[in-house]
Design a protein around this ligand. Structure first.
Ligand code: DGI
Ligand code: FE
Ligand code: FE
Length: 188
């Protein structure tokens, strides 16, 4: 499968709005990857495929996560989390994507986790700051990303955590671990 074929597969499965977002993530991920010396081909692939499962039936995604023995917290902390781990499994099984780095970047693109590698950070951040995003605080994260990717990831994580707290929603434990991990490394 080449990238145009992957984009066609993704377009078929997403709304127009979500497909436009995907194209934004793709361009942003390539640029962030080049900025920090991450493989930009892998970043492009992961970005193209990151929301592949966004509109799958929830029950199908839950079955996949349980069947693969993935973190059961993906199921109990909010349905928005399902598409990331389920998407990693589905692009592997339906599109034949086998690169472990790409699959991991898709798996963790929503929540983050501790010890993220460069590619995981690039996809996580590109998803947050791509040009079509316009939620409060996104510009500060964009500005930080030009200077320091880790600090930009910290800011994105802390915005997401604050957003969840304000809405009285549970925070996925590994999102907190991602935040703690980066903040403690940066402030040492
Ligand atoms: O799929 P996208 O909309 O492009 O973006 P995404 O994959 O980052 O998903 C965003 C959603 O995920 C948003 O509704 C907030 C939610 N989310 C992100 N981190 C957490 C979370 N929800 C919970 N419950 N816990 C988290 O740690
Ligand atoms: Fe997503
Ligand atoms: Fe996304």
């Amino acid at each position: 499968m080449n990238k145009d074929e992957a984009l066609a597969q993704v377009k078929e499965k997403l709304t127009a709005h979500r497909y436009t977002h995907t194209l934004g993530v793709k361009e942003t991920a390539i640029s962030l990857a080049k900025q920090i010396g991450v493989d930009s081909e892998k970043a492009e692939w992961a970005a193209i495929l990151h929301d592949y499962a966004k509109f799958r039936p929830k029950e199908e995604m839950k079955t996949i996560i349980l069947g693969e023995g993935l973190d059961p917290d993906f199921i109990s902390y909010g349905e928005e989390l399902l598409h990331a781990p389920a998407g990693a499994c589905l692009v592997r099984d339906e599109l034949g994507i086998s690169d472990a780095d790409i699959l991991r970047a898709i798996m963790w693109h929503t929540t983050g986790k501790k010890g993220m590698d460069g590619l995981e950070k690039v996809v996580f951040l590109a998803d947050y700051i791509e040009p079509n995003r316009n939620f409060p605080g996104v510009n500060a994260v964009r500005e930080e990303a030009e200077k320091d990717i880790d600090r930009a990831v910290i800011l994105a994580l802390s915005n997401t955590i604050s957003f969840l707290l304000k809405k009285s929603q549970p925070v996925f434990p590994k999102t907190l671990e991602a935040y703690n991990d980066l903040i403690m490394t940066k402030h040492k």
